[in-house]
Write a protein that binds this ligand. Structure first.
Ligand code: MG
Ligand code: ZN
Length: 217
């Protein structure tokens, strides 16, 4: 059975979460309180993102990209990425972030965006306020970008699912659909899934590579 690697972007491929970094620098609003509503299951990420990004009263791409350009990719990702290319492994980036900053961060790190399948939301600026566009239509989970639907499609195509992530939007697709889950050490996904037998905690992509080779290749 072929394998597909489904990988979150922020806080997984990058060392810090770009969305959270932008929000903390561009608004004094209490966007953290909105995350708590998501953790408690009161609202989905779609509603949360509208609320949180709506807290930014005025911004410019210049301001946004100045912050985005400080974001770093996990150094161990390069080798992992090249290894996947070599082995011709199906690889998908699934993100609740925005395509524009994802592309920019990857290009800043000399990773060719055209070589990747990236499914993310996006944003435009209208009168200096962010206007979001979501990757998927409204779903029963209230997702902004329904990672579950993307992973389900691959599963139905017959792939074994390897899921790599760190955060809240990864919990549902990982627990419901993955054959194995790599969760970044000490983050929400790892904490939530403590009791899940499919859970492997990681702090470097080289560990994931070794483990995948042992288990699946
Ligand atoms: Mg993340
Ligand atoms: Zn969904």
């Amino acid at each position: 059975m072929p394998i597909a690697i489904c990988c979150d972007f922020d806080g997984t491929i990058t060392l810090m979460d770009t969305g959270k970094t932008l929000l903390s620098k561009l608004t004094k609003g209490d966007w953290q309180a909105v995350d708590k509503f998501v953790i408690d299951g009161q609202i989905g990420t779609r509603e949360a993102l509208i609320k949180q990004w709506g807290m930014i009263e005025h911004t410019t791409w210049e301001e946004i990209f100045t912050i985005v350009d400080t974001m770093k990719i996990d150094p161990s990702f390069y080798d992992f990425y090249n290894w996947m290319l070599q082995k011709n492994i199906k690889f998908l980036i699934l993100s609740d972030g925005f395509q524009k900053y994802i592309n920019r961060i990857l290009e800043n790190h000399e990773i060719k965006v055209e070589s990747l399948d990236i499914l993310a939301n996006d944003a435009d600026l209208v009168d200096n306020k962010l206007k979001l566009s979501f990757n998927t239509p409204e779903c029963e989970h209230g997702c902004a970008n329904c990672k579950y639907s993307h992973v389900l499609k691959l599963k139905n195509e017959g792939y074994k699912i390897i899921y790599i992530g760190d955060g809240l939007s990864d919990i549902f697709p990982a627990t419901e659909l993955a054959d194995i889950i790599y969760a970044r050490n000490n983050e929400d996904l790892a904490k939530k899934l403590e009791a899940d037998s499919k859970l492997q905690v990681f702090d470097s992509f080289s560990k994931i590579k070794e483990d995948i080779e042992k288990r699946f290749l």
